[in-house]
Design a protein around this ligand. Structure first.
Ligand SMILES: Nc1ncnc2c1ncn2[C@@H]1O[C@H](COP(=O)(O)OP(=O)(O)OP(=O)(O)O)[C@@H](O)[C@H]1O
Ligand code: SF4
Ligand SMILES: [Mg+2]
Length: 332
């Protein structure tokens, strides 16, 4: 598979009165064409900063080092007009909060028409929402909702006529995914697609993501092991603004290697996917970054070397990569 997105050694900082916050500290990852990559980590580890930085939306944060390649093209320092052509059309974002992300005054159909108008090069609809060629649009909506498991017919017609407040959280989440798909992106980024959904509606949102898996490249940011397992081929575990372990979901989720991945997965299974901030994030100061391995103050397996030397990335069997001194000798 070819690489659709490459992030190489990305460092993103925020200047604050208390000092410089190092939110991303050398993130490197790859999303291959047609592949779905999950990003897991507790609150504050830098997940949102990462994908907002890819889209140049991370103001007042600044990229101080590193490179973002989209289909081999360096987009790290593209200007705003070029980034506007990439956002939505090439990389579409499904935002986190389905309760507020939709316009409460518009029907689902109108929201989708707005997205279509942007894709086709217009700035949006007339205030009346009127435009031509209705049957082509209906075909487009049927195609998009079909990929999410909805058949064309009375149920879909009713959904398109609904306002956001008439829908469940799971249905609103699927409408947000549909809006992103209408843009025909090459990469879909979903930020916490199941957070704040109860178990029944979470299953609907997961099913929608599962259906897309394999056909579309996705970056799924989530606290939820179930969501990552259902929607992703590979997973990257993030701590302190860096990827500490990555590999196929089947391996990393069932046999995590990095001590932090082990703590995180145990805690997440205990809390059934609720957002976490008490695994180890509180021991990490992103302004006064510790030397060596940033996880060493909280690591149950820390050795003397860990507080002095940053761990190298070790490639293990099966495509798993771990940044930890424990694996230096076993690295391929
Ligand atoms: N505007 C800002 N100014 C200063 N620091 C910021 C700003 N935005 C983010 N940060 C810092 O960057 C770190 C990473 O934030 P980010 O929003 O990426 O976390 P996250 O992993 O998405 O967390 P969550 O799971 O809670 O959404 C945070 O610890 C925060 O302190
Ligand atoms: S490098 Fe050391 S401190 Fe860091 S995770 Fe590995 S064992 Fe723990
Ligand atoms: Mg976030």
């Amino acid at each position: 598979m070819n690489a659709l997105l490459n992030v190489n050694d990305l460092h993103v900082c925020f200047d604050t009165p208390a000092g410089t916050v190092r939110a991303n500290n050398g993130v490197s990852l790859e999303v291959r064409t047609g592949e779905s990559l999950g990003i897991m980590g507790e609150s504050g580890c830098g997940k949102t900063v990462l994908f907002l930085s890819l889209l140049h939306l991370q103001q007042p944060g600044r990229i101080v080092r590193g490179q973002v390649l989209l289909e081999g093209r360096d987009i790290t320092s593209l200007g705003e007009p070029e980034m506007q052509r990439i956002r939505g059309r090439v990389i579409a974002l499904v935002p986190q909060n389905q309760a507020t992300a939709l316009n409460p005054a518009y029907t689902v159909r109108r929201q989708l028409l707005e997205a279509l108008a942007v894709r086709r090069g217009g700035g949006g609809l007339q205030p009346s929402g009127r435009r031509g060629d209705d049957s082509a649009d209906s075909g487009e909506f049927a195609r998009v909702f079909g990929s999410l498991g909805f058949e064309a017919g009375p149920v879909l017609d009713r959904l398109l006529r609904s306002y956001p407040h008439q829908l469940s959280g799971g249905m609103r989440q699927r409408v947000l995914i549909a809006m992103a798909l209408v843009m025909q992106p090459r990469l879909l980024i979903a930020d916490e697609p199941t957070t704040a959904l109860d178990r029944a509606v979470k299953a609907q949102a997961l099913e929608a993501l599962q259906r897309l898996r394999g056909g579309l490249s996705m970056l799924v940011v989530s606290h939820d092991v179930d969501a990552i397992g259902a929607a992703c081929d590979r997973v990257a575990v993030m701590y302190g603004g860096r990827i500490v372990e990555s590999g196929p979901c089947a391996d990393v989720l069932s046999r995590p290697h990095h001590p932090y991945s082990r703590l995180l997965l145990t805690a997440q299974r205990r809390t059934r996917g609720e957002p976490l901030s008490d695994v180890a994030a509180e021991t990490l100061d992103l302004i006064h970054f510790p030397p060596g391995c940033p996880f060493h103050p909280a690591c149950p397996e820390a050795m003397t070397v860990c507080s002095v030397q940053a761990p190298p990335e070790c490639e293990l069997r099966g495509g798993v990569t771990v940044a930890c001194h424990l694996y230096r000798e076993t690295s391929r």
